[in-house]
Design a protein. Sequence first.
Length: 427
Amino acid sequence: MNTAKISGSPVRGLTAATIGFFFGSAAISLFGPSATKLNEVMDLSPSMMGLLVAIPTLSGSLLRIPFGASVDENGGRKSFLLLMILSVIGLAGLSILLGTHYPSNMQGTYWLILVFGCLSGCGVATFSVGAGQSSYWFPKNKQGFALGIFGGLGTLGAGVFAIVLPLLLHSVGFVSAYYIWTAFMIAGTILYFIISCNAYHFQFRKQGYSEEASKAMAIEAGQELFPAGNMKQSLLLSARIPETWILVIAYFVTFGGFMALTAWLPTYWQKAHGLSVTQAGLFTSVYACLAALLRIPGGNLADKIGGLKVSLFAISLLGTVAAVMAFSSNLAVSGLCTLIIAVAFGLNNAAIMKLVPVYVSKSVGGASGWVGGLGAFGGFVIPPVLGKVVDTMGTTGYYRGFLIFSLFSVIVMLILYFGLVVRNKNK
């Protein structure tokens, strides 16, 4: 132990992961607002527009699976940096493309925009890497706290950027905003590079110590969780554990739901309640910030009373309030319901990430990849479903669409109860 060199601390590791994810999630924030501008000069079909908006979220969600598992193999720092660099390349490519072709020479650039958008979305995949990193830094009884801080402050960007981006676009213009955002991402990548470090076990392994010696020294340094294998083994091991898929389903509804409503609510407030674009953006920003910040006390609460209890409460709250909102045309009632839904999302998202190292302790990275990746995929799946309800029912569909969350809540409650509560009683 005396000859080994270690750097960092749990606080430093958590800080780096949180900052990195905050910047990583910012990479695609400009993509949604820019879609309208691109449509004005490219005459895109609805399906092409839909793919354009969704492609960064899609790549960012699916890449969470292998990159989350890679934490069990390399500790996460290398994977995190790679994702951020790819995101910078995507934003830089879009900046140069727009700077040289927008607005008069955009025809034929659609597929190139998709490629750069896919690369930009890599920053979103840093979530599962950061979640695995943070888990390995902290003991089991502080997992909720650590992952609440990581998820809460990291996801806060969605709300902050909802306010910042319209102001940026208005003040500097469409093309210049992309150059500024690229510089912002480069700064974030450099900052993560400077302050990040892997948990002790991975540092000892890199210095040439055996697996057994690295684990023994890491235990002495305070580390409690350890990987059971490499990336492939981590994915396979976590996939064989039923609890992984139960957590995926629960996270799909609330984190996927959080992402879905962040994209859907501006349209909902404008079409269903007649708010202006600015008002709708402000309402959505408050919702997004609240859902993000509630992950912090949600994580602390999960440490104290158990993540499963917090999750069951949050899911039941979501189902009840979504049913109220589905039949409310009153702005004040709908606004209050939206805030309560944000509370439910924040609490459950924190609780589920707390439960990952509890139920899948030997492959936290792999499980974080499955849960974070497929859970985030809900943000890609749910908005078209809400749109289909509107297509079928007209304006009334903006209200009734929230019944989808009530239905999902009932399903998740049953799965959590029989899959975790009853199943573990019988073990």
